[in-house]
Design a protein around this ligand. Sequence first.
Ligand SMILES: *Cc1c(COP(=O)(O)O)cnc(C)c1O
Length: 384
Amino acid sequence: MQTEGPIDTNFHSHSPGYWPIEAMDQWGDYKWQLKNAVKSLEGIERHIQLTEEERAGILLSGTRLAMSITPHFFNLIDKNNPNCPIRRQVIPRVEETWDDPQEMADPCGEDSHMPVPGLVHRYPDRVLFLVTDRCGSYCRYCTRSRVVSGVGEQHLETQWEAAFEYLEKTPQVRDVLLSGGDPLLLSDARLERILSRLREIPHIQFIRIGSRLPIFLPQRITPELCEMLKKFHPLFISIHANHPKELTCEVRAALGRLADAGIPMGNQSVLLKGVNDSVEIQKALVHKLLMCRARPYYLYQCDLIKGSSHLRTSISKGLEIIEGLRGHTSGYAIPQYVIDGPGGGGKIPLNPEYIVERDETKVVLRNYEGKQFTYPEPQSCIAK
Ligand SMILES: *Cc1c(COP(=O)(O)O)cnc(C)c1O
């Protein structure tokens, strides 16, 4: 299997890339990027040669999850490497049609936790608010592919008024997470109306937005958007980068604008086979994220979403990655590895085992180098 060369940890610009130099006049305009997103077989084949698996995948993708790739992100594709980690994330493959009885349409059991359509209330004090079904580009392992992109079996039917009323009369909700789809695809005005409405509810302390647009479409992070968002603090943004290559100069500048607007950022990445399933790649990713002022937040074990078997890897691989980071690099660079409990268990943390032995009087631990250390339990806590 052909793999990528040595991991490049520098920031690069990839434009105009596959596009003619004249396109550079409009390159920075996010509306142009969306209008020129690559959505068809012909559109892709104009630029790169596809493998049989990709070709078949694209022809079959119209009923599961649409394909759409912004020119910005498309330019990260290595045309000479069929195993390019960018290709595997956004170009459909025939394996998506493989049937695996353990896979689910709604692996996180969201539909059964919706008090109002579009509002998922699983944890006591926070909710997930689905505000659109569109994204800048579609990740092939999307956990919400049942409702996202508009071609699947279900449709997102967020009931806006009922959702706001539910939040108003549910004082235990202190944290609202806007997601979708990608909330930053909404216009500034629309987003501002939603945020203002949430800020009118006194018990909502904390608002966050989950978005991959800083990665797929950094042009969307305009100074005007940042000016608007900073009126709603405390506001956090969870971004989604999986591979160091995604952190380009344009992305670093966009994340810098968000950070300068006082918006703390966390990164949520998904552990994907053939994309980022090695300690070296993850280490390069987390180091570049810190350079962009985004803290690694979660590393997700890939959900059992339909059509994702070729992208999933083992839990031992995830644990090996965390073990390869802890102690070996800055604590700020280490995400929490989690599995969303299949069927609706919520996020469950997974950690390598550092306890070698434990009894009433002591705990024997190993450190990142494998050396052992004993911590005696306080005398007062030992049962007599
Ligand atoms: C992930 C998620 C949240 C937020 O969880 P945190 O651990 O606080 O980031 C909230 N609601 C639902 C349904 C989620 O899936």
